[in-house]
Each structure stands twice: as C-alpha cells, then as structure tokens.
Design a binder for this molecule. Sequence first.
Ligand code: CS2
Length: 483
Amino acid sequence: MTERLSNATLGRLPAGVARPPYDRSRLTPGLVHLGVGAFHRAHQAVCTEAALASEPDGALDWGIVGASLRSPATRAALAPQDGLYSLAVRDGLGERLAVVGALLDVLVLPGSAEALLGRMADPATRIVGLTVTEKGYHLDPASGALDLAAPAVAADLASPRAPGSVHGLIVEALRRRRAAGLAPFAVLSSDNLSDNGRVLRRAVLAFAGALDPELARWIEGEAAFPSTMVDRITPATTEADRLRIDRALGLEDAWPVVTEPFSQWVIEDDFPLGRPAWEAGGAVFSSDIGAWERMKLRMLNGAHSAIAYLGQLKGHPTVDAAVADPEIAGLVEGLWAETAGTFAAPSDPAAYARALMARFRNPALGHRTAQIAMDGSQKLPPRLLAPLRDRLAKGAPCGHLTTAVGAWMAYVVVRIRAGGAAALDDPLADKIAARLAGVDRTPAALVGALLSLEAVFGRDLADSETLREALVEAVERYLGGYA
Ligand code: CS2
C-alpha cells in the first residue's frame, strides 16, 4: 500500500515536487479561514505559502486554521496528512506539482464550533478569511442585503452563542474579543461578490445590530473588511486527478487540488493587525478593488455562466469543449463587446478578453459546465444582470447578455422538467420550481414566471418590456427542442 503524504514522508517526495522550504514545526496559526475548499487551497493558501517561504528564517506566525462549514470530508482527507496537500498546476504543456504546508488544521462544524470560536477569538488570530461561495452569505441577490429570515441566519439569531453561519461565527468571535479587550481581526472575503468587503460588512453589521446595537457600533468603528478580487480557475478534483497525482508523488494524497497557471489577487490593504507578505505570491494591493472586481465578474464569470448554461443545453460537458463550439465562442465574444463599456476598466479589456479565451481553452483542466451552472440565482445578478441593467438604461443593444440570461432560463426549465426542484442545484430551487409549476409551456409564460423572481431580477428588470421580448426569443431558441 502506498504511504500517506505527511510531515514524516515529506522528505520522500521526488525531486521535481516543490515542498515547504521553511521549518513547519515552527509554524503557528495567524489566519482562520472559513470554507477551506479547493479554491482557497489553490489561491489564498498558496499566496500565504509564498509569504511564509519568502522569510523562512523569520517569524512563521501566519499558519492557517481552516474551517469546513458543511462537510467533514476535507478534514477527513487532510488531518492524516498533517494538513499537507498537493497543488497540481496544469495546462496543455503538462503538470507541475507542489506540496503546500500553510494549512495547519481543519475544524468541522457543527462539532468543532467552540474550538473554532476559541481560535477566532485568540489574540494570535489577526485575519479571518472566507470563501463560502455566493450562497454562504445569505444575501438577497438583487439588493445585496442580508436575509435575516434565511433559516441559517434566523437560527443563529435565536442562539447566537452557538453559531453555524458565517455572520454568526464572526459576530460571536468579535463579541468575545471585545469582552477580552482585544482588537477585532480583519474580515477578508474572497468570494465572487461585487464589493465583497463592503457587502460582508453590511451583512455583519445587520446581523450584529439585530442582536446587540452596542456591539454593532463597536464593529462598525473598529473592524476592517478589506475588499478583494480573486481569480484562479479551480475545478473540483476528480478520482482520475487523485490517482495520477498519487503516482507522481509516490505517496497517497487524499485531496489534491488541480488548478491553472494563472492566478490573480487584488486586495485593499486594510489590515490593522498586520498581514502576511502576500505580494511574495503575486498579490497586488490597490485602493480601487471595485474596478478590478467588476471587470472580472462581468467578463470572466459572466462568460463562464453563459458557457455553462449553453454548454449544458448543447451537451458540452467541459468549458474547453464548449468554447470549441463556434456558436458559444461567438456568444462569449459578443458578451464581452457588450460588457466592456459597463465598467471603468483597470487594464485593457481587449487584452484581458484574449487572455480569458486562452484560459477557457486550457485542455488540461476539464472544468465541468455542470459545476459552474450551480447556484445561478446567486451568480446571475453580479455577472450578467448588472451589466444588462447598465446597457438597458442607456438603450444600448444587449442581445448577447439577454441570450446568456435566456440560456439560464432554458436550462432551469429543462432541469426542473427532468427531475423537479431536486434536479436544480440552486438555493432558490424550490422557489423557482414553484413559480414554474402550472404555468403554460409557452416561452412567454416561462419567461414571465422566472422574471417574477424578484430576489434575482428585482422589480426593474421584470418591468422591462424590451428585456422580456428578447428573453422570450432566446428561450424559444434554446427550448425549441424541449417545449
Ligand atoms: C466560476 C468561478 O464556478 C463558477 O461560478 O465562474 O468559480 C471561476 O472559475 C472563478 O471565479 C475563477 O477565478
């Protein structure tokens, strides 16, 4: 049997596999990260690793304690490996492997909630990061405000000392810090939300305010919520990845992470208690995160969602297969032409678009369109509906944006018809299925039912006749075979 990757076996890795160049036995925790999935381990943890490696003889006090909010799987895989995992960077030219050492431990909720709160309230913890995907924020997607009635949020408001949501955890840990006379940690969202720091701050303040206005005022005055733009395409790891990587390591790694060569992190430099030297990993500090975020969300993620829905409707399982289809490549180019004018670009959008298409064509990632298609109700507003709104207001053509939104609608209808709400991976699946139940099968009726989802489209988009007509046309085109 192959031995497991661990501190004890690190020395046996083949020469070509990079490993932590610092003394791991001296590494102590400084960061807590909520949502320690593949993306965090391919991105922020790798920048942290570079920061640690940049001062191997310095104070190694920025180790990461991760928390899994929903599943014990990450801990089960990584605890026997002392938190070590390998990162496989892949493109058409091959695969580069590195073992990352920055992650010290993984705690799983709900069992370890108390240990996690203790760690967050510890004076050594100076930053609490989050990658919990859009739905982990429990926001009303159209307005961006915290949904105080969402079951996870309501449950934490009812028993705030034993929280399970990100807001509940952050507020309870901050309450304990305040009681202990400690300054707050910086709260760092690395999710694909527009103005993620600002949005999270508003949500945390709303949550705290509902419990204890004094505490909310303290958080408002003292705590930093820097915004960030994060980017690295990181598909879910497959069994084939595991087997291939184990062979290359000569050791078993139960949960390696596969990613692309490109990585970008733009961060607002607001860390009152200090931060790792993330620039060593290529992070860039800027005071204008909004511009970076809008370009990335509207161009990369907007195109991704369009590719995912159209790819699913046309039977393309992966992004590279989908963009090899001229109709989809054409839609993506058209989408970029429409979105380009809707934000103040921090760099040349044409060059950015060319680089994006090359990344989408990466043949070694196998990024599944079904994975990106998840949670459309949360993803559409910042990616496609925000630029659509801007263009509609100017009376500018938006045929490609509406085609992409229409593809989402057609996809939703196809899934729900095939297997009911359970077949749609989306936090609003039940609501969406209920809207569609009993309506006519005509494209106009289906579009009407979906546009009435105020949490997604707001009032304004539902009221736009121009949009409605364009969507009916798109849905007709893609649902033709199914209607
Ligand atoms: C993707 C993103 O799954 C999705 O919705 O669009 O995860 C995307 O791969 C990342 O944002 C790239 O940085």
